[in-house]
Design a protein around this ligand. Structure first.
Ligand SMILES: C[S@@+](CC[C@H](N)C(=O)[O-])C[C@H]1O[C@@H](n2cnc3c(N)ncnc32)[C@H](O)[C@@H]1O
Length: 359
C-alpha cells in the first residue's frame, strides 16, 4: 500500500524518511545526536514498511536552522549539487583556517526567498507594467512619464517610485503564517554547515571546536589509522552529490504549531522528540507536549509512533515495543541512554525477534 503521507514531527536528519524513500543504505550526510540511522530498520519493520518503498508525500518539522538546511537539500537536488560544488571549491584551503572562517560567519542562515529588495523590485515591475501587476505585458512609459500628458490619456495617473514606496510604507501587518516552503536556501550555507559539522570536535557540533586530529592524522589507506576520520572536502562533496531527492516534502519549524486536518487513511506520524532528561538541542518539547502531539495526530487519523528511552505508558491502550537490541552499526559508547522504545497507537507489525501475526 502506498503511504499517502509520512510525517516526522521532530525530523532532525529525517533518517527514517530517507531510509523509507531511498533504501536501507541511504544515510544522512551529517551526523547528529539522536539520529535514528541505527534503528531505522527496526522502526520501519514495526510500522510494517520496508526500506525503499517510499511515500507519496512527506512532512518534516524541526526548528533547528542547520537541520532545515539539510532537509531543504533533501527535496532539492539542485541545492544539494550546488552545495557539493561549493565544498569542492574549498578543497585547496588550509582546513583549520577554512573551518574557523566558516564558523566566524555565525549560525546557519535560512534566507527568506522574499527579501526587501525583491519585494521592491516586484512592486515596481508591476506598477510600471503595461497591464498593472503583469510585468510580462511590457514596460508602460505612460505609467512613469505621465505628468506632461493630458489627464484623460490612458495610464495618465503616473506612478513615480514614490507611489509604490508610499503604499509599502503603510501596508498593514496581518497575523498570517507563511509556510516555510517559500524559502530559497543559499547552497553555500548548506556547504558551510556540512563541513563545520564534519570537522568539529564533537561531530555535528561546531561549538565544540575544530578537531585537527581528524584530518591531519588521516591515513590514506582505507584500512589504517583511526576508524572515525573526518571526510575531506572531496569526500564530503561526493556525499552531497549522491544525496537522494525527496521532492514531495513540506518543511515546517515547530511541530506544536501544526493542527492536522482530517488525514488521508494510511498516514503515518513518527515523533522522535528530544528524550526526557537529555540536553543538547536548542529547542525542546516537554513530555506533556509530546503526549498532546501524539493524541492530536492519532485523533486526526494517523498511525502514530513515538521513540523514547521508555514506553509512554500515559498513552493508555497504546502498544509498547522494546527495540533496544535491534540497533545496527556503531554502539552508543558515550551515551547514557541505552534503552530504546517505540510507543505505537496501532499494533506493531513486527517486534524485534518476534514475528507478529503468525499465530
Ligand atoms: C532526537 S532528535 C530527532 C532525530 C531524528 N529522528 C533523526 O533521525 O535525525 C530530536 C529533534 O527534535 C527537534 N525539536 C525540538 N523541539 C521541537 C519542536 N518544538 N518541534 C519540532 N521539532 C523539535 C530537535 O531540534 C531535534 O532535531
Amino acid at each position: 500500500m502506498l503511504i499517502p503521507l509520512f510525517v516526522e514531527l521532530c525530523a532532525g536528519t529525517a533518517a527514517l524518511s530517507l531510509r523509507l524513500h531511498a533504501g536501507r543504505y541511504a544515510r544522512p550526510p551529517v551526523s547528529r545526536m539522536g539520529a535514528k540511522t541505527g534503528y531505522g530498520g527496526a522502526i520501519l519493520a514495526a510500522m510494517g514498511f520496508r526500506a525503499g518503498q517510499g511515500a507519496a508525500r512527506y512532512l518534516w518539522c524541526d526548528p533547528d536552522p542547520g537541520v532545515r538546511l539539510l532537509l531543504e537539500a533533501y527535496r532539492d537536488a539542485g541545492l544539494a549539487r550546488e552545495a557539493a560544488s561549493i565544498i569542492r571549491g574549498w578543497k585547496d584551503e588550509d582546513p583549520r583556517a577554512l573551518w574557523e572562517r566558516l564558523r566566524a560567519e555565525g549560525p546557519p542562515v535560512l534566507e527568506p526567498w522574499i527579501t526587501g529588495g525583491e519585494v521592491a523590485r516586484r512592486v515596481l515591475l508591476g506598477a510600471w507594467a503595461f497591464r498593472g501587476g503583469h510585468p510580462e505585458s511590457g514596460f508602460n512609459p505612460c505609467a512613469v512619464y505621465p505628468r506632461e500628458m493630458s489627464a484623460t490619456d490612458h495610464g495618465s495617473k503616473g506612478r513615480t517610485v514614490e507611489t509604490p514606496a508610499g503604499v509599502l510604507d503603510t501596508v498593514p501587518t496581518l497575523p498570517a503564517t507563511i509556510h516555510p516552503d517559500a524559502r530559497a536556501v543559499d547552497p553555500r550555507e548548506v556547504a558551510r554547515w556540512a563541513l563545520l559539522g564534519q570537522w568539529s570536535f564533537r561531530r555535528g557540533e561546531p561549538a565544540s571546536g575544530y578537531n585537527a586530529g581528524l584530518l591531519s592524522d588521516r591515513d590514506p589507506t582505507p584500512t589504517g589509522g583511526h576508524a572515525a576520520k573526518a571526510r575531506t572536502c572531496d569526500q564530503e562533496a561526493g556525499l552531497w552529490d549522491g544525496l537522494p531527492t525527496l521532492e514531495d516534502a513540506a518543511i515546517a519549524d515547530d511541530a506544536r504549531a501544526i493542527d492536522p486536518p482530517r488525514l488521508p487513511p494510511g498516514t503515518v506520524c513518527y515523533i522522535d522528540p528530544p528524550y526526557q532528561g537529555t540536553t543538547g538541542y536548542a529547542s525542546d518539547l516537554t513530555r506533556a507536549e509530546v503526549l498532546s502531539l501524539a493524541r492530536r495526530w492519532a485523533d486526526a487519523g494517523a498511525a502514530v509512533y513515538i521513540s523514547e528511552a521508555e514506553p509512554l505508558t500515559e498513552l493508555h491502550g497504546w502498544h509498547y515495543v522494546d527495540i533496544t537490541t535491534a540497533r545496527v552499526g556503531q554502539k552508543r559508547t558515550f551515551s547514557r541512554q541505552q534503552a530504546e522504545w517505540l510507543t505505537c497507537s496501532v499494533p506493531p507489525a513486527l517486534k524485534p525477534g518476534v514475528q507478529m501475526g503468525l499465530f
